[in-house]
Design a protein around this ligand. Structure first.
Ligand SMILES: Nc1ncnc2c1ncn2[C@@H]1O[C@H](COP(=O)(O)OP(=O)(O)OP(=O)(O)O)[C@@H](O)[C@H]1O
Length: 337
């Protein structure tokens, strides 16, 4: 029997909404999907009229849908935003070079200016070179720290006020689970925030905080958006992988699990005696940092001295052993941004 859309009660239902289980038509799906993101933007006061906003564009499904939807909403609701695409080229052959070709096409399709910054120009190391030094196990740490800072640096070059990323509800629920599992209380507080200022003063936000990954994929599919769907060749992040599988299993039994975890994360109160990092400036590169040396400089120090593990995990002993001058205390695990 042909089912009718439960929203418009007129068109044929062609999909079941992963978030609510409603059987709806394509047009109603586009409408609810875009309107929910509009409400997230308005309710959380993400933007002000005249803001210059860089969309972190990787060419993947999330940031491609984000570029499409922000461009659409900016026109429909007259937000008055100046939008840019900002891409980081990590230097991963066979992955980022291909996805950047997608971003270049998106630039034409959405008629938005594009800025690309690379690890090679900023740090004189590509991820291909870093992986040769550090192997597959810890490379995500380097990539995460460098990408975060590279986005900030690219945003400063574009003179934008704000960076938006395509982190979705699944990513956030996963990060909450991971931070609980490893007892990382300061990150647990930060990871549920929809807007952060990070180590630079540029605002960073996640308009897809409440948007399900499955719906992003559906939207991209029905709208026939041009995106790149290959996984990073260097991403063996086992711990996140377990959290992801666990979350997907929960979602299969109870689709609201994703939003429930986010809601629980938001409701956690961090005890005042938990020490939060104090902002200062990196003594080496002058960038904002919560230690004397910023994380990127610690990692670079290790790479440049042929001691790539210097910035990861058990640094205290290594720092003494190798006479690293500055008394920073970087215990860097994967960045949960
Ligand atoms: N190389 C990059 N350049 C610019 N922005 C990036 C880059 N990599 C990631 N981002 C931003 O961070 C978000 C989350 O990145 P993540 O690596 O988790 O990829 P993802 O969940 O597969 O997202 P996407 O589908 O957009 O690639 C992306 O949606 C994008 O906004």
């Amino acid at each position: 029997m042909v089912k009718t859309c439960v929203i418009c009660d007129a068109a044929r239902a062609v999909l079941k909404r992963p978030k609510t289980g409603q059987q709806i038509c394509k047009e109603c799906f586009y409408h609810v999907f875009e309107t929910e993101i509009h409400h997230t933007i308005i309710d959380n006061h993400l933007f002000s009229r005249g803001d210059k906003v860089a969309i972190g564009a990787s060419g993947g499904k999330d940031s491609t849908v984000l570029a499409h939807v922000l461009k659409t909403l900016n026109g429909r609701y007259n937000y008055g935003l100046d939008l840019f695409l900002l891409s980081v080229d990590e230097g991963i052959t066979g992955y980022r070079d291909d996805s950047l070709e997608t971003v270049k096409r998106n630039q034409q399709q959405y008629d938005l200016p594009l800025k690309i910054v690379s690890y090679e120009e900023l740090y004189h190391w590509t991820m291909d070179e870093i992986v040769k030094e550090v192997g597959l196990k810890n490379n995500c740490t380097f990539c995460g720290v460098f990408r975060r800072q590279a986005l900030d640096r690219g945003a400063a070059m574009l003179d934008v006020d704000h960076i938006v990323t395509g982190h979705n509800a699944d990513d956030i629920a996963e990060t909450i689970l991971m931070n609980i599992l490893r007892g990382d209380t300061p990150r647990l507080q930060r990871c549920t925030e929809i807007v952060t200022t990070g180590e630079s003063l540029i605002r960073r936000s996640k308009p897809f905080k409440y948007t399900y990954e499955k719906e992003i994929v559906m939207y991209a599919y029905f709208k026939k958006l041009d995106y790149f769907s290959t996984e990073c060749t260097y991403s063996p992040n086992a711990y996140r992988g377990y959290a992801r599988t666990f979350l997907k299993d929960l979602e299969a039994i109870r689709p609201t699990a994703i939003l429930d975890i986010i809601q629980s994360g938001e409701a956690f109160q961090i005890k005042t005696e938990v020490k939060m990092p104090v902002q200062q400036t990196c003594v080496r590169c002058g960038y904002m940092s919560s230690n004397e040396l910023c994380k990127a400089c610690v990692l670079l120090e290790g790479l440049n001295r042929g001691l790539p593990k210097l910035g990861i995990g058990k640094t205290e002993r290594l720092r003494k052993q190798h006479n690293l001058q500055v008394s920073e205390k970087p215990v860097i695990t994967e960045t949960a941004w």
